[in-house]
Design a protein around this ligand. Structure first.
Ligand SMILES: [Mn+2]
Length: 286
């Protein structure tokens, strides 16, 4: 557990918190550039760059009580990461907190999804990759297996990937391909239509949004482990968060890689999306 800088505005204690934030400094299955473990600290620092409220949502938004748990342990084995994340996230989900997880690589989404009951949520990802392999480089808990593990737990009709533009032959040729929309279709037909398709496709009312920052074009988010051209623009992602709106119950942002982000722009973007999610959630808080 680290006791460094807390996320900007996270001044609540656990009991009175509406939202629960956890840093997960994990990057042991990264397949190209590593360094995502440094992201929670960089994203927290970047959070001080912004106003807490965003005028486009109205300046009289209710103020969320946010609790920042700090970081969980930086472990080595994927199995240990699964246990470590569940240890912190599962009480917060049980206590009906809105959870925000700051990765780390995308694999940190797997233990979080497993903390929800099977029919309680759907997972929508924003990602350049479909991440639907059974296993990768010898582990079923690789960041290349995120949507497959989610489909096993939630059902394939409760998983949808937005912005995909990198899929292997092995993933496309199976009978149970994870439902997805490409970034090309989003550019051509608009993000509203794609998000509507995703929301109509999943069965559960409640939606957990997992943002792999490589879903966004590397021109806007260069600091990531596996940059993939032809991505979404940040306003597409902002729009997605707003369209999911009151159905959103949790969020993670993953794959920010500070060593590949000397300008800090990618960490700043990640922090701004966390703020967007919190602002949208506060609108629907009763
Ligand atoms: Mn990805």
């Amino acid at each position: 557990m680290s006791y460094g800088l807390s996320y900007a505005g996270a001044e609540s204690d656990y009991d009175s918190a509406d939202a629960f934030l956890l840093g997960i400094p994990y990057d042991r299955t990264s397949s190209f550039k590593s360094g995502a473990a440094e992201a929670p600290a960089h994203i927290r620092r970047a959070s001080y760059n912004f106003e807490e409220l965003h005028f486009e949502h109205g300046l009289d938004l209710p103020r969320l009580n946010i609790f920042d748990q700090g970081d969980c342990e930086h472990v080595f084995l994927p199995e240990d990461m699964m246990e470590e994340v569940k240890f912190f996230i599962s009480p917060a989900i049980r206590d009906k907190k809105f959870t925000v997880a700051v990765g780390g690589e995308h694999s940190i989404n797997m233990p979080i999804i497993q903390c929800f009951k099977k029919n309680d949520i759907a997972l929508i990802t924003i990602d350049a990759h479909l991440d639907s392999r059974d296993e990768y480089l010898g582990t079923p808990y690789s960041h290349a297996c995120v949507t497959r593990r989610a489909a096993e737990h939630l059902g394939i009709d409760n998983v949808f990937a937005l912005g995909v533009r990198s899929i292997s032959k092995e993933e496309l040729e199976r009978d149970d391909v994870i439902p997805y929309t490409t970034s090309f279709e989003i550019k051509e037909k608009g993000i509203e239509r794609a998000v509507k398709k995703a929301l109509d496709s999943v069965k559960s009312e409640h939606v957990y949004l997992s943002l792999d920052i490589d879903g966004i074009d590397p021109a806007y988010a260069p600091g990531t482990g596996t940059p993939e051209p032809f991505g979404l623009d940040p306003l597409d992602v902002k729009r997605t968060i707003n369209l999911i709106g009151g159905r959103l119950v949790g969020f993670d942002v993953t794959e920010v890689c500070p060593p590949a982000d000397p300008s800090g722009i990618t960490s700043a973007l990640a922090a701004r999306f966390i703020n967007e999610v919190l602002a949208v959630h506060s609108k629907y808080l009763t």
